[in-house]
Design a protein around this ligand. Structure first.
Ligand SMILES: *[C@@H]1O[C@H](CO)[C@@H](O)[C@H](O)[C@H]1NC(C)=O
Ligand SMILES: *[C@@H]1O[C@H](CO)[C@@H](O)[C@H](O)[C@H]1NC(C)=O
Ligand SMILES: *[C@@H]1O[C@H](CO)[C@@H](O)[C@H](O)[C@H]1NC(C)=O
Length: 332
């Protein structure tokens, strides 16, 4: 047998079994892995690197297009870097839009003229950005956000509320812990339970557990909730007059997974297929163009994601990503 031919075949075999990586990205990959404390088995590392590299290149391409004026927002690498979009959707999104609970309908003040911009964070209504981890509990974070705001409005005290209390205890109302839920079910739980514990007394664990509600540490309450008609005009009046509002959106796209700053607009975004619960904390305008209006949104993926954990989403562009489709707030 011709030895050199055998060696060539053997080398080829190895080369095709190991995915080819861009060696220019080696340093960035090691830095990313150590920053996010990733430890892979030897079989996993190769394809995780390939996923990460694909995401990295997609982000660079998007930002290149941004500098040519083709997009209104930038993207960046983050903790979701080694996740395929399918994995990201499974883990991070927990809003169950197929279910529904009817609340009171929002009564619009007909002659109320909302101001040009609102930022409830400025007014002390909003706690620091939290992190849901790898648990589909977005709905709980959205609900505590709205309740924290309404409690502040009523008492003048901003107290961080317990998502874990909601994750562990609101199954009877229809929620499924880390497998998803609805903000309205959470508001219903607080009403029926006659209270919700503070974050401090019932800290977040990011996994399903037994209900450990303790009425001694209850610091919030509600008597039900209000649903906002599915129009951006109504949502505007609600955000301006009520405070931070719970809302659902389509957050399933890679562009959202790696959002950094600017006004988020995704041509493929749905206003019906909603999979993520967030908190609308205001709105405004960044320029003079028709596409410069935004909703100011607090997310629950930590401060490393997006703009310090916040995102601006296109406003008055046909209910973009469905922010106005299922918005509500608790009655306090
Ligand atoms: C909203 O207010 C907060 C707190 O003052 C500030 O940090 C943030 O930049 C404001 N956001 C916008 C979009 O104006
Ligand atoms: C919440 O409201 C109910 C009904 O008014 C009341 O019985 C309960 O004590 C309240 N809970 C708290 C923590 O204030
Ligand atoms: C939108 O969806 C289509 C079909 O799934 C896909 O081919 C296209 O790349 C998507 N566009 C963007 C901007 O993601």
């Amino acid at each position: 047998m011709n030895l050199s031919l055998f060696l060539a075949a053997f080398c080829l075999g190895i080369a095709s079994a190991t995915p080819k990586h861009d060696q220019n990205l080696d340093t960035k990959w090691y830095q990313w892995k150590s920053m996010h404390r990733r430890l892979y088995g030897s079989n996993e590392e190769g394809w995780r690197r390939a996923v990460w590299e694909k995401n990295m290149k997609m982000i660079e391409m998007h930002n290149g297009e941004y500098s040519l004026g083709r997009h209104g927002f930038t993207m960046k690498m983050n903790a979701f870097g080694d996740m395929t979009n399918e994995e990201f959707r499974q883990v991070m999104n927990g809003f169950q839009s197929s279910k529904h609970k009817k609340g009171k309908m929002f009564q619009e003040l007909l002659f109320f003229k909302p101001p040009a911009s609102v930022n409830w964070t400025e007014k002390g209504y909003v706690t620091p950005v939290k992190n849901q981890g790898q648990c589909g509990s977005c709905w709980a974070f959205s609900a505590t956000g709205a309740l924290e705001g309404q409690m502040f409005k009523k008492t003048g005290k901003l107290i961080s509320l317990s998502e874990q209390n909601l994750v562990d205890c609101s199954h009877p109302q229809g929620n499924q812990g880390c497998n998803g839920g609805l903000m309205d079910f959470a508001f219903q739980y607080v009403k029926e339970n006659k209270g919700l514990d503070s974050e401090k007394s019932y800290p977040y664990e990011g996994q399903d557990g037994k209900c450990k509600y303790n009425p001694e540490y209850a610091v919030a309450n509600d008597t039900g909730f209000v649903d906002i008609p599915p129009r951006e005009k109504s949502l505007l009046k609600a955000v301006a007059s009520v405070g931070p509002i719970s809302a659902a959106m389509d957050a399933s796209h890679t562009s959202f997974q790696f959002y950094e700053s600017g006004i988020y607009y995704e041509p493929n975004c749905s206003s019906k297929d909603l999979d993520h619960g967030i908190l609308i904390v205001g709105y405004g305008t960044d320029g003079n163009g028709p596409d410069d209006k935004y909703w100011l949104v607090k997310n629950s993926w930590g401060t490393q994601w997006g703009a310090e954990g916040f995102v601006k989403i296109a406003r008055d562009r046909d209910n973009h990503c469905g922010l106005a489709t299922a918005a509500s707030y608790p009655i306090v």
